[in-house]
Ligand binder design. Structure first.
Ligand SMILES: Cc1cc2nc3c(=O)[nH]c(=O)nc-3n(C[C@H](O)[C@H](O)[C@H](O)COP(=O)(O)OP(=O)(O)OC[C@H]3O[C@@H](n4cnc5c(N)ncnc54)[C@H](O)[C@@H]3O)c2cc1C
Length: 396
């Protein structure tokens, strides 16, 4: 019998799993796929926490400021390759070179050195897909008008055969190469070959994903100028690396991860969940636990199935909050369907319509499965998953 079973191994589920395993609990995570972290920038956005706390149904308001803050601090202690501050946003560059605010970011993404730079050298790997140096240069000149921006095109031998046959090289391909032994050596040679400049020059590099990669971090630490990384379009190597680091941490703490298979249903009696039934090619398998966490990722993760006019929670058939009108025709406006999810009490247990009745005593709902928040307009995707995951992992 497990102390806890977590259904869904995205950011929220892995956070809960690590926190519970740290506390000595025996945890099983069952996850069908990798989750949306692999598409995200790798930065964790918290949004305007003070303002979101005032929306009474928002997950931040259910938990309270102390818990949200504690989740953020816990993450940074867990992964010192990331940095953030409760009192101010970090700034990172979008894939098009425009600065944007974020909550916790990989250290190598922080744009601080750009504020005093005189020259920015934008490294432009040949054939990199979805990389637009001229647009990036224009945006950099707008954001840092005191700087000159020089584009530095280069090519590596590794992808020559790809270029010959017209095969596109994605950011993930480049990252994989930079993280290999030959890639690290070539990167060092490349950075050493740049003109030796004063401390006022900053190098911008797309697609390195140095966090969690010791040899790359060593190369970057040895340069005479700061090297800043840019985020990339999905799928993102940085998000992918964070996902791998979370999985590794969970397993190193003794957690068990079952991937590639989904939970079909949960058996329960008198409002107490007892066994998760897993889909398998043969007969279904049942796993028993004292407590359960539902972290199946909402519409994007597969935890909610939606058609044009219906939405259904896929494991337990839990009732969902569904706004009267789902969509908004305004371009880039808030889309009400983003708030579809399960309503919960302050313990994150699912509640019935009206919010009074707790539906299952030993089940908590976290991350994108919760109702009443919107990661796009509130920019709090990472923050809500982290805070709710940390809280639920503490309760198991
Ligand atoms: C393209 C994109 C870009 C983003 N960019 C950012 C960003 O820059 N900053 C930021 O803070 N946030 C960003 N977000 C939002 C953020 O990534 C999510 O809010 C957060 O990762 C959600 O985590 P989650 O664990 O709730 O869900 P998910 O990551 O979706 O994980 C859910 C998991 O549950 C699994 N699952 C589903 N059903 C079952 C089942 N029946 N049995 C077992 N497993 C199941 C899924 O396979 C998946 O692994 C982005 C999201 C997307 C989609």
């Amino acid at each position: 019998m497990w102390d806890g079973i977590i259904i869904g191994g995205g950011l929220a589920g892995l956070t809960a799993g690590i926190r519970a395993a740290e506390r000595g609990k025996q945890i099983l995570i069952i996850s069908e796929g990798a989750g949306s972290l692999t598409y995200s920038s790798g930065a964790l956005d918290f949004g305007d926490v003070g303002q979101l706390l005032s929306h009474e149904d928002h997950p931040y308001a259910l938990l309270g400021e102390t818990v949200v803050h504690a989740g953020m601090e816990w993450f940074q202690n867990l992964f010192p390759d990331y940095r953030g501050s409760w009192s101010e946003f970090q700034e990172i560059l979008t894939p098009l070179g425009a600065p944007r605010k974020a909550g916790i970011v990989p250290r190598s993404h922080n744009t601080e050195p750009l504020k005093n730079a005189k020259v920015i050298i934008l490294m432009a790997p040949y054939g990199l897909k979805d990389f637009f140096p001229e647009i990036i240069k224009t945006n950099l000149l707008k954001a840092y008008p005191q700087c000159e921006v020089e584009i530095f095109p280069f090519r590596t031998g590794t992808f020559e055969s790809w270029h010959t046959i017209g095969k596109p090289v994605t950011g993930m391909d480049y990252t994989k190469y930079w993280q290999s032994q030959p890639g690290v050596s070539e990167l060092k040679r490349l950075l050493d070959s740049l003109p030796q400049t004063s401390g006022e020059t900053v190098i911008l590099f797309p697609g390195l994903a140095a966090a969690f990669c010791e040899p790359l971090k060593e190369v970057l630490a040895g340069t005479p100028f700061p090297v800043i990384e840019m985020t990339s379009f999905p799928p993102s190597a940085c998000g992918h690396n964070l996902y791998s680091a979370l999985k590794q941490k969970f397993k190193s703490l003794g957690g068990e991860l079952l991937t590639g298979t989904g939970v079909q249903s949960i058996e329960s009696h008198n409002k107490v969940c007892s066994r998760a039934i897993v889909r398998s090619k043969g007969r279904p398998t049942a796993f028993s636990a004292d407590s359960f966490i539902l972290a199946t990722g909402g519409i994007f993760g597969g935890g909610i199935e939606a058609t044009a006019d219906t939405a259904q929670e896929t494991v337990l058939g839990l009732p969902l909050y569904v706004p009267a009108q789902w969509t908004n025709s305004e371009f880039l406006g808030e889309q009400p369907y983003a708030r579809i999810g399960i309503e919960a009490d302050r313990e994150l247990r699912p509640v019935g319509p009206g919010g009074k009745e707790v539906l299952f005593k030993n089940l908590r709902v976290i991350g994108r499965m919760l109702a009443h928040w919107d990661p796009w307009t509130e920019t709090c995707g990472g923050g809500v998953s982290l805070a709710t995951g940390w809280f639920a992992g503490n309760q198991l």
